[in-house]
Structure formats: C-alpha cells, structure tokens
Write a protein that binds this ligand. Structure first.
Ligand code: SF4
Length: 533
C-alpha cells in the first residue's frame, strides 16, 4: 500500500476509513474542517457508500453519530474545540451508553486563537465525561490513533475523544497506512436500557462507568503512547511533554549533556504510576504542554511538595498561545534560535477585512445609515465573515459571543430597555443555533430587528454548502412564527443603498420582531460560477 502525504486532519480521515467507518458527521470550523472534506472526496472517488455530511450544528452531528453506533456501525464526528461546547450536552449524556459500533469524536483545538474566540483545551471534556482522550504528536500517530480509538470504543463500549491542535491538523507528513478493517453490517442494539437516560438507568450506567475507571488507567499505564524513558544519572530534572511539544523537546534534548528522564503523555486518563516513577528521581519536573496546564495541575495533586513543578502555572511556559521550539528551549535553559528578521520591518498593522465586493459591506452600509440618527443603537453580532464588521470603516457591531448569540443577546438587550436593537447573523449561523433565539424572541414579543445576512455559503470555514438552501430561509422564519408583514428581503448592492436603508429604518420603527433577509451570494461563489461558464 502506497504511503500518503497527509495533513493531520486528513490522517484522521484516512485512519477512520481504514478503521471501517460507515458514516461521518461534522460541523465546519478551523482547524477541523479538512477531516470531513477529505472523506467527502473519498466518497466521490473511492467509496460511494460512505456517508460524510455536514450537519446544522455540532450537537445534531454528535447525536446522529450516536444513533449510527446504536445501529452497530462505526461513526466519526468532527468539530472544532468550541463546537464541543455545543455538542457537550449530547457528548456528556452519551457516556453512560454502551457503545455498539465504534464512536470517535475528533476535536481540533486552536491554541493561539488563530480563528477562534478562545483556546479551551478539549482534554478537560474527556476527563469531565470520564472517557479516553488520545492526543497525537504527529500525522502518523493521528492515523494510527484514529484506528486504535475505534478499536477501544468498541472494546470499552465508550465514545473516545481524539484531540488535535492546529499545527498537527494543518501540517503535512508522510503517513504509512496499515491493515484495513471491513465496515460493520447493520446490527442494531436491542438493549433499550443501554440507550435510554432515565434516571434509574443512568444511575446503573454511571456505576458501570465508574467501575471501568481502573481499567482505563491500566490501559493508559501500559500504553505505548505514553513512553517513559528513565535516565538514572540525572537526579535534578525530569520532563513531561504532551502532543506536539514532544517534537520540540526531542530536538532540544540532543543538546542537553545530562539528559533528563522523560515521559510523553498522549493517552488519558493520566498514567499516574508512570508520572510517579518519573518524578521520584528528580528535584524538578518541567511540564511542556499546549493548551491549559492540565497535566501540571494533576502533578500538583500527586507529587510531594519538595519537587518543584515548572510549567504554565509559574510562567516557565507562556500560559497563552502555541508552543514553539524557542519556548521549549528557554524552559530547558538552552539558548533560543536566532530569529530570521523579515527584510522589511515596522509595517503598519492591518486588521482583517471583508473581501472587496463582499455583500456584507453593502448590508453594513445600509444598517449604519439607518442607525445614524440614534445615539446608542445596539447591534449584536455573531460568528462568521460578518464579524469583520467590527473593524473600520464599518465599526458596525457591538458584540460577538458565540454561534447564535446575536439573536438571544438582541432579545436580552431589548428586554433590558435598549432601542433600537438589531441582531446580525449569517444564514449558516442562523441554521446552527439562531432559530432557537428567534423562537424565544417571538414568544416574548420583543422590539428587535433581526438582520440575516444570507451569502448562500458557509464562507469563513472554506465555502461549505449551507445546510438549507437560501430560498427556504423565509419559510423557516415564517414557521418560527414571524409576522409575514415584517419579513423583508433586501438585495445588498451599492445602487440599492437608499432603498435598503429605508426598509431597515421602517422595521426598526416597528414595535415587534421583524426579520430582514439581506441576500446576495459571496463574491467567491459568483467568481467560481462565472469561471465555470
Ligand atoms: S468570503 Fe465571501 S462572505 Fe466572506 S468576506 Fe469574503 S466575500 Fe464576504
């Protein structure tokens, strides 16, 4: 079988294919998007029976995957780290189920927040749920761990969380494929009590889960993914790495004269015995991990106070951002590499901008014009390209919390007494979690204008098709209970500025919920369409 050059994300996809998955669901989000995209390509070229679908949000994706497992087949679910907050209800509540077909949740974290609103660490979710977390240190391991994760999911009857980070997800390396497993046939679980969260059943299921804890720790202690190397001559220092930090440490280690003992942790729950074996000979332990000080905090709970623990909690490692070779070298007392300076320096900072010709530009121009006469308008916004309306020249939005929050926050602001209040949301985000906020707003009868910026695509994450065609948004809004008299459609074009401004003004004056759909496709789809012609 030929070797492949794959992104970390693609290595997960290939691992899932070779583990015999039948179905994958996901919601796009950087840096996880390429997992489903690779599977969709595989379906197109290699295996038409594979299902690889985007869902309206991460929760629906996870729930659908649980049902695939219940039917006896293997399924993969993908999302970015903040997406797991949306899927958390389903994930946490599925932990007591007795997984049938393997169920693996691949979550890509974004330390450094390249394209995210926080840098939360998904290892906590696995710990919170009391299940296994695996964290690859390179692309080969991303491939192998995915296969292993399916195997573990079926033998332990648990969902397994696979944690990736940006640099693993988005860098390429050669991946050697291994044996391929057959897909599983439809074989529904008939054990209703394994899949029903009634309190009396949940209590039994959680008891089983708790008893399983020892087995999980034993697997972790014996796992080759947690290699421990003891150098008995060094009684001063020991090192623990996780994820990508392994690679940086191994480079730096070559320059250390007296090599410290080293434990790398890729498999959780924590291998406590290995940690104790590492630390018993050392006066000081450095923990080099990306994300939160997860391992470091655990160490503080189990190691004697005399052992000094260095890491994020005492700023030996920066608490924010990605790990890099210099951070690792500095922590080890090695000189950092001389920086290569770009030939031109001191360029002025340039904030990200909406693309030239973007439909959102014309929507924001009309909105700003409509709000000119008010001293304190409130514009709540959401996650997507249109968040860039924060920057000049638009300076149009006052908040962006999470997916769907523009709608619920608009309701809250209106009920607090603000006027005018406009919620700005994209079509994809409206389908993700905006609808529920609209239902709330309509039932409360708030005085709010909801502006749905419909660009007919999920643009920011790489042009994935939206789950519902734009033409159906009006029907959905009507179905939620909006007054058809106050559902308006705009075409955001420079020539329509006056007309669009007048429509927005009119709806702001309306004492109730109005919904304005500002619809024009993203210029990149237009370009693509025209170039195909
Ligand atoms: S990708 Fe499309 S929707 Fe996003 S800013 Fe650019 S033109 Fe606008």
């Amino acid at each position: 079988m030929s070797d492949l050059v794959l992104l970390g994300d693609e290595a997960v996809s290939q691992g899932a294919i070779d583990a015999g998955i039948s179905i994958a669901y996901g919601y796009p989000g950087t840096p996880s998007t390429e997992i489903i995209e690779y599977l969709q390509e595989w379906k197109r070229k290699e295996d038409h029976s594979l299902v690889a679908s985007w869902c309206s949000n991460e929760k629906t994706a996870y729930e659908a995957a649980v049902a695939v497992s219940m039917m006896g087949k293997r399924s993969l679910v993908t999302m970015k780290h903040v997406g797991l907050n949306v899927a958390a209800d389903a994930f946490m509540n599925s932990i007591g189920f007795t997984i049938n077909g393997g169920l693996v949740l691949a979550v890509a974290d974004d330390p450094g927040m390249h394209s995210s609103q926080n840098e939360q660490d998904s290892r906590y979710y696995a710990d919170f749920a009391r299940t296994v977390c695996m964290e690859p240190r390179n692309q080969q391991e991303a491939y192998e761990m995915t296969k292993e994760a399916f195997h573990l999911s079926e033998t332990l009857h648990l969902p397994v969380l696979l944690k990736l980070t940006t640099r693993i997800s988005h860098s390429r390396a050669v991946v050697k494929r291994g044996p391929i497993r057959e897909k599983k046939e439809l074989n529904p679980s008939r054990d209703r009590h394994h899949w029903t969260n009634l309190p009396f059943l949940s209590r039994q299921n959680y008891e089983v889960l708790w008893q399983q804890r020892t087995e999980l720790v034993t697997i972790s202690e014996n796992s080759d993914y947690n290699p421990l190397i003891i150098h008995p001559d060094n009684t001063d220092l020991a090192v623990i790495t996780t994820g990508l930090a392994y690679n940086y440490y191994k480079e730096a280690e070559k320059e250390l004269e007296n090599k410290p003992s080293h434990l790398h942790i890729s498999f959780y729950p924590m291998p406590e015995k290995k940690i104790r074996a590492l630390a018993q000979r050392a006066k000081r332990v450095i923990v080099i991990e990306e994300g939160y000080p997860y391992v470091e905090r655990f160490l503080k709970g189990i190691l004697p106070l005399e052992i000094q623990i260095d890491g994020k909690l005492n700023d030996t490692i920066p608490h924010l951002g990605e790990i890099n070779p210099d951070i690792c070298r500095r922590a080890l007392g090695l000189p950092v590499f001389e920086a290569v300076r770009p030939p031109i320096q001191d360029l002025p900072g340039r904030p990200p901008q909406l693309c030239r010709g973007c439909p959102h530009t014309d929507s924001y121009k009309a909105l700003n014009k409509a709000l000119e006469e008010y001293d304190h308008p409130v514009v709540t916004s959401d996650i997507g390209c249109y968040t860039l309306g924060y920057f000049p020249p638009h300076n149009a939005i006052h908040s962006c919390l999470d997916m769907g929050a523009s709608v619920s926050m608009a309701r809250g602001a209106a009920e607090a007494g603000a006027h005018p209040v406009v919620g700005v949301i994209g079509d994809g985000t409206f389908m993700h979690t905006g609808i529920q906020g609209l239902v709330d707003m309509l039932s409360a009868g708030n005085r709010v204008t909801l502006l749905i910026l419909d660009n007919s695509i999920t643009a920011m994450t790489g042009m994935q098709e939206t789950i519902v065609d734009s033409s159906r948004i009006v029907e959905i809004v009507k179905g939620c209970g909006a007054d058809p008299e106050h559902i308006k459609i705009l075409k955001p074009l420079p020539k329509n500025l006056e007309e669009n401004t007048a429509i927005i003004k009119g709806e702001i004056d309306y004492d109730g919920v109005s919904v304005i759909i500002s619809a024009r496709e993203c210029v990149h789809i237009t370009k693509k369409r025209l170039s195909k012609r």
